[in-house]
Design a protein. Sequence first.
Length: 764
Amino acid sequence: MQVHNRDLANSLKIDLDQDEQQAEPISFDALGGMLRRQWLFIAGCVMVAMILGMAYTVVAVPYFTSKVTVLIDRGNSQVVEQLSLVSAVTNNDAYVLSQVELLKSDTIALAVVDKLDLSSNPQFMAKTGSLVSSVKAQAGSILEAFGLSTPSGPTPASAEAKRREAAARLKTGITVSRVGRTYALAIEYVSTSPVLASQIANALGDAYLFDKLNSKYDATRRAGFWLQDRIGELRQKSLETDLALQRFKAANGLVAAGKTLVSDQQLSEFASGLVLAQAETARARARLEQIEKIVSSGQSDAIVSDVLKSSISEDLRRKYLAASKLQTEIAAKLGPQHVAAVRVRSEMEEYKRLMFEEVSRIAESYRSDLSVAEAREKEIQDKVAAATQVTAVAGETMVQMRELEREAETYRDLYQTFLQRHQEAVQQQSFPVTEARIITKAVPVWLPTSPRKSLTLALSIVLGLAAGSAIGAFREFRDRFFRTGDHVRSALELEYLGIGPLIEETGRTRAEPQSTHPHQIHKTSAITNYVVDHPLSAFAETLRSAKIAIDLTIPGKECKIIGVVSGLPGEGKSTVSINFAELLASQGVRTVLVDADFRNPGATRALAAHAESGILEALIEGRNVRSLLMRNLKTKLSFLPLVSKHRVAHSSELLSSPVMRNLLAELSKDFDYIVLDLPPLGPVVDARAIAHRIDGFIMVVEWGKITRRAARQILDGEPQIFEKCIGVILNKVDQKKMKLYQTHGSTEYYGARFAQYYHENDSL
């Protein structure tokens, strides 16, 4: 049996550890419950964040932003940069980004500092929020006033350092951004003064334009100086190459017509003529071959283009057709062998012969045309061969001449180009056109951009909500206490019997007599008599559920010994024990309540604070237990108190001793139920010592105080108690707060419907 219990406890521990490690599934019910439980805390965090945000907007230094917009205008620059050596490329993103970096550079910053004399501007150079610097400045002024310190004038080194410092400070307030995908740049400057912000923004735009003009002027001037030297060299080279070309042509007898030699031109013309002659010869040969086929086949009615064009052939064909028509008519009327029909057919044969002779005549003309075309082609071929021979002989000479021509042309073009660029460079030095212009001037903006009160307030609300939600979620995550019956079932795998509501002390019970008879129970708190005063309450129903569970779990035994335990002290087990015993007694069941908590006899303090002897005297001195019992005259409940005049170190031995066994056996003869108020399981081992004599245990768990993990570990260490545990009662439940933990479909979800069956304030 012990091995089985240990295996059961270990299995329970493993399963529950795995459940504890796994995150609980997040559902809408869980989120809604979390919001219901934590909304006050979240609202408090939001209020604190709002107060901090409003305080920040009150004490924060306001900053103002002014903006100037510069457009990189390609149209202006094209006036002077179409052929310029220093033309800028503005049709790509890299150029625009380069201009952004230029606006953020030290060159522009120093130009603005010099233009506005910012290094001497106390408003610009003031270090806002720097208490140390302010104290140092005041101390220096006082020392100079008393003559203890000589004022130091600005030396060149310190002036330059101050200038650099002003430029560095200026750059921290500059923001340059591209407007969309356009060539417009927005230059913004932030300052504590709106006027100063607009002045600096406009100065930045002007400095950018001046820098573009100066850079163009410097580049053009440097290009002009370089071009002057280069032009002289190119002029000399151009003259030398032209003279060398002319001398080479004269020496080799190369005559050119324009840019082409006469021999090359003739060869090109002969080649073109040869192509035409060859085409004409091929055409004549094709016509002759076609008509020769017609003549050889004897076809007098063949279609040839020249036959159609001949008037003689056309006249013969017309006569032939007329005779054919006439022969057909005569044959139809007089018969095909008639003399007239025979005569007409002979005429038709004559016409066919004449048409064939005409075709033969045309064939002779085609043969003559072919001979002429072949002769002309032969002549042109001879000319091409002669010209080709001349060109081949002059080929090597032409290669040298072309090389001289290319060299001369190259130097001539370079000379003309550089001469033109030099003239343009001279003109551009005094041409004040840049590729950028200001399209929007900066004006003082009196509405501060920082801090933005509405945005700050909204952001503080969002941050407060986020912080409150995060902390609330952490609190929910850390909330591993027993809140509902589902927690009991999932964490402990024990039956959930019900709740014991949180009851405020209302003083002495009204039904309790004021007698202090030594053998009568005298209750000092109405809580101990709650189920008697309120038999229709939820607490009474819970205790009835516990009785039914005991009767079903331990059937057929005449006297049932029930132990009431808790995990930790202060969870209300004594109150539950008293009320459970009172409920049993009020139902007519013979019941005795035994205070077995030797370390902290809470039941005795609540029922018999006036008792002078009890269970200790029965166990140690051997006194008759019946003489030590106290009675409740109303419910007939018997109570065996525990009067501890000194600490009992061997309480566990007493509970497991044969004397305790005999005491329980003696009580079993007179009672149906023996309810033992046992010590908590966590701090002492007394309950374990007497567990083998107990028929069943009722565990009391305080709502929202003991963690599920702690209760589980306590039961893991008590496998015998766990095996005999009838169920768990959640005690000191705040029913208003418990509603916040209800989930859809749970028992607590239908608590409002159960309420009509309970009457907390009614008594029988």
